[in-house]
Structures are given as structure tokens and as C-alpha cells.
Design a binder for this molecule. Structure first.
Ligand SMILES: NC(=O)c1ccc[n+]([C@@H]2O[C@H](COP(=O)([O-])OP(=O)(O)OC[C@H]3O[C@@H](n4cnc5c(N)ncnc54)[C@H](OP(=O)(O)O)[C@@H]3O)[C@@H](O)[C@H]2O)c1
Length: 325
């Protein structure tokens, strides 16, 4: 299947416009490593070459899977992205957090080493900070720590993962020239990174990784106001009634305009493909049928412009709140 490639900012890598998000397979309930490896291998077979994980996804469980899939496909260039957790293990970061609370240089080094050990790899293509405060943009400590890791050949590039619903909280860092990529929530609801973040990324040749394309499940159309997950699953904390009910209501409105022959998840992914500022989209996918249908969206391409235009009015600007980790 010819998956379209896009250029990864100033690094110039050609990455598949549909990548693979690996949070669920590390941390969500009912994940099986065997099924996850099958999903990852299918992704590779269908032309996906960008994989996003984090130490925090099951304390290395997802990184172990990434290493296995890289080793199983020595003939393919697979781009590996992982994340350093904040030292205080608090998501999201808050305005008062200092760099030493989250990313002191010794913690950066220790965690990169642990991630390499988990994956049994000697290098990651992209190392991201798993929370971010723009106040840290010019702090020499993280800049030097990442430069050293690059000189040692254990990482090739640096990125920040912007806290949920704070697309403004990374712009100074993008403009500083010290990073290669941002990872941000962008989907039919969360269109606000278009306002300032994406123009800044474009001007500074910073790659954009669009995460959470299905709004954690809302935009698959499969949630109802009664949806519940097994005990311990993070989604029980996120989809509290004050989030679940309006999310489902908004998804129901979208279902009314999905064209015949298209599904809501397909419309959601192809909506993002319309934006040339996006480098790669990383849907979380463990089921083989999801891998197949999501990667197929690249073959189908962006949505027709009238539908894309119609979807712009479904923008939903939200602010962080007590349940929105
Ligand atoms: N702070 C951060 O840096 C941060 C935070 C959140 C996410 N992320 C990254 O972004 C990735 C994506 O976000 P996410 O996984 O949280 O949420 P998401 O991609 O919005 O949604 C994932 C959910 O959608 C389901 N799904 C996928 N394709 C589908 C399809 N075609 N039809 C129906 N359902 C489908 C998945 O099911 P199955 O899994 O069962 O296939 C899973 O339940 C993560 O995996 C992670 O890599 C980063």
C-alpha cells in the first residue's frame, strides 16, 4: 500500500503521514504484547515508518515492543520516537514547575539510558520531553544535555510534547531553534494549534506530530454516555460525565455528516491529512483492522474541500481542567 510520506522538518526524513501511537499497548487495559506486536508488524508491512512511544507507557513495556519491531525489520528504516518522563512524574506540568522539578540534566541522561535499555537499541531518532513549559525555552541545562546526547550518537533529534489543550505553551521553544519536532493534540475538535503553533513550526522548520486524532476514542464514534472501562484504565478518569456526555453529543452531530461509504474514524484522520503543516499523525492502534483502515486513509488522501470546510465549524476550544491529564 503506497503510504504517502512527508518531510520531517529540518531533519529532512521522509516519514509516513500515518504513524503509530503506542500508548495503549503499554498502559491501557486488555493490551496483549502478542497482539500489539502483530499490529506493529502489520503497520510496517503496510508502509508505516514512524513509531511513537514513551518510558511512561507501562514503565518501558511499550519501548520493549518498539525495540522488538525494529529488530524484526532490519531491512527497513523505522523512525523511533520516545519520551523522557518528568522527574516528578506529574502530568501535565504546571506553571510553577521548574526545570529541576521535571528535567534536570542527570535525570535526562538516566532516563535516556533506561529507554535504550528497554528497547535494546543503541539510538533513538527522536527524544521528546513528555511535558513542557515554555518558560524553559532558553534554559541552557536541557539544551546542553540534549546536545551531549546527540554528540554521543544516542539521539538524533529533540522534541517537546505539548500539554493537553495548551498549544501556546511551546511556541517560544519552537522559535528558539533548539528543537526539531513538537507533538500536539490536533483533531476535528482541537483545531486551535492552527492559530499560532503551526505557523511558528512552519517558519522554523519544526516537524508537527499530530497526536490523539480520535480524541481518545470520541471520534471513533464508538463511545456512548454509558461507556465504562475496566478498573484501572486511564479512560475512566478522563471520560468523567462532564467530558463524556458533551463529547458523545458532539460525535453524534458529526455522524450526521459522514458521507456514505466513509466512517467517522476515516473522516477524522483524513481531516488531519488536509493540513500540510502536519508531518505525521499517530493514531493509537492495537487492533489489526484499525491498523489497516487507518493506514488506508493515506491512500484515500485528504477530504474533499467542501467537507473539510464544513468540519471546521466543529472546532471545540477547551481549557485544561482537573480531569484533563
Ligand atoms: N502527552 C503525550 O505525549 C501523549 C498523550 C496522549 C497520546 N500520545 C501519543 O498519541 C498516540 C495517540 O493517542 P491515543 O492513543 O491516546 O488516542 P487516539 O489515537 O485518539 O485513540 C486511540 C483509540 O482509538 C481506537 N482506534 C484506532 N483506530 C480506530 C479505527 N479505525 N476505528 C475505531 N477505533 C479506532 C484505538 O483502539 P485500539 O487501540 O483497540 O486499536 C484506541 O482505543 C498515543 O498512542 C501516544 O503515542 C502522547
Amino acid at each position: 500500500m503506497p503510504v504517502e510520506k512527508r518531510v520531517f522538518g529540518k531533519k529532512g526524513w521522509k516519514v509516513s503521514e500515518i504513524g503509530h501511537g503506542m500508548w495503549g499497548m503499554g498502559s491501557w487495559s486488555d493490551s496483549s504484547d502478542e497482539a500489539s506486536l502483530d499490529a506493529l508488524q502489520l503497520s510496517v508491512d503496510l508502509g508505516c515508518n514512524f513509531f511513537d512511544t514513551a518510558f511512561a507507557y507501562g514503565a518501558g513495556r511499550s519501548e520493549v515492543l518498539l525495540g522488538k519491531i525494529v529488530k524484526a525489520n532490519p531491512e527497513r528504516k523505522l523512525y523511533t520516537a520516545t519520551k523522557i518522563p518528568p522527574k516528578n512524574m506529574k502530568w501535565p506540568s504546571k506553571r510553577g514547575f521548574l526545570l529541576e522539578d521535571c528535567f534536570p540534566p542527570d535525570h535526562i541522561r538516566t532516563m535516556v539510558k533506561k529507554s535504550l535499555e528497554n528497547a535494546q537499541l543503541d539510538h533513538f531518532d527522536l527524544m521528546q520531553f513528555h511535558v513542557w513549559e515554555d518558560a524553559w525555552a532558553e534554559d541552557e541545562r536541557w539544551i546542553r544535555a540534549m546536545d551531549d546526547l546527540k554528540s554521543e550518537g544516542v539521539i538524533s533529534s529533540v522534541g517537546i510534547s505539548i500539554n493537553r489543550w495548551e498549544p501556546w505553551n511551546g511556541i517560544k521553544t519552537v522559535e528558539s531553534g533548539h528543537i526539531d519536532a513538537v507533538q500536539v493534540i490536533y483533531n476535528i475538535f482541537d483545531q486551535d494549534p492552527e492559530d499560532e503553533l503551526f505557523p511558528a513550526c512552519k517558519a522554523n522548520q519544526v516537524a508537527v506530530i499530530a497526536r490523539v486524532p480520535f480524541d481518545e476514542g470520541t471520534l471513533t464514534g464508538n463511545l456512548t454516555v454509558d461507556s465504562k472501562w475496566p478498573e484501572g484504565d486511564w479512560r475512566n478518569l478522563y471520560f468523567v460525565p462532564e467530558n463524556l456526555v458533551p463529547s458523545v453529543e458532539r460525535a453524534e452531530k458529526l455522524k450526521l455528516i459522514v458521507p456514505e461509504g466513509m466512517s467517522l474514524p476515516e473522516m477524522a484522520l483524513r481531516f488531519i491529512l488536509n493540513n500540510p503543516d502536519i508531518t505525521t499523525i499517530i493514531p493509537g492502534m492495537r487492533a489489526l483492522k484499525h491498523v489497516r483502515s487507518n493506514i488506508e486513509c493515506s491512500v484515500k488522501g485528504p477530504l474533499p474541500s467542501d467537507l473539510h470546510h464544513q468540519l471546521r465549524s466543529h472546532r471545540w476550544d477547551r481549557s485544561p481542567t482537573r480531569w484533563s491529564y
